[in-house]
Write a protein that binds this ligand. Sequence first.
Ligand code: PLP
Length: 410
Amino acid sequence: GGSPMQTVLSAPGVNDGKVVSFTLDAATDEKDTVAGLIRSIIATSSPAQRTAFHVFHINTVVDLFSAWRRTLPDVRPYYAVKCNPDPALDPGRAGRAGRRAVLALGVGVGGIPPGANRSNVYANPCKAEPHLEYAAEAGVALATYDTESEVAKVARCHPRCELLLRLKGPDGGTTGGDLMNKYGAHAHEVSPLLRAAQRAGVAVAGVSFHVGSPVSRVDVYRGATNSARAAFDAAVALGMPPMRVLDIGGGFRAGAAFDEAAAVINDALADVFGDLLPCVEVIAEPGRYFAETAFTLAARVIGKRVRGEARECWIDDGLYGSLNNVLMDHKVPRPRPLAGACPGEKTYASTVFGPTCDSRDLVVTGYQLPEMCVGDWLVFDNMGAYSTGAGSKFNGFDISEMKIYVAYSS
Ligand code: PLP
């Protein structure tokens, strides 16, 4: 029901880059809208184009940005490109439609853009020299560090870059990437690292932390904020210019978890940084918050085996492609047939394999699905975080990167 939704699809590399326009009936259920969109895309593509692809829901990102502004009004988000480097989400490289839409949000970028732009943070604390030189050329002038060797490299390759001292935060009880051992200065390392920058003549603009991805105990933001304040005070004690940037990292998840994290952060900022806030810019590096729910994967069934009551099928994306988030991000995939489930339809304990000749390329097992046949499609929701960006070309299978569609209604 409702009014028709005008949807514009731009598909780089598909349909010869033409923008294709569809009008869909606005469905009452978001999932139906997505399924309708996917069916339209399949119906209008040539048989050769009918391989796994992602749908990017730009409306979702717009809504998430509004929620961010409402909930964390004093914190400016810099999108963490690492989470999903797809041009659709990266205004630095996006096609025109994507760039306009994402820039319109006012989101900074956590990666390196081709043009000079001060609203970027190079947030990998350990950078290769050629990459620092590239950052200098590209005008990226803010980068994190947590070792003395990094100070020396920055002084050599990009001396005008300002630094954020990356602090070790408390353990965020994270289920995904736990960076606690890899990055961040301990409390006793803060003053020596500040002095190293002072000696080298490299400015330290502020501090950063990243409490884990995703964070499961939101109170860690308070402990990390306390550590950040101690570093601000240490800089003053060393006679350095007052710091003016506080980067609270990522780890946010859309939904109730975001509201809980925001409440902790807002309180901690008021309590711990209240006296400095007018002079301090607070930024964050959210990745999955913006990316996770904005992408849906459609994968095609390319093979099938029946063994008694058991069903097995192969699809054309897997753990070495977009679904590597099963391995790297503890993703639990819940595929649903594009055709939808008919009431009373018989289901089977099914195994779904990815396409590579590797027995670990197994997407789900013992999973209830109706009878799937070659040419049917499975839909995977919430596929935007740490998926395509970390996939590989193992065994000759390309990542379905060029088949991203940008969808928005007007
Ligand atoms: N910032 C840094 C330095 C990171 O390493 C990461 C990812 O782990 C992020 C931000 C983004 O994290 P998330 O996607 O959980 O927001």
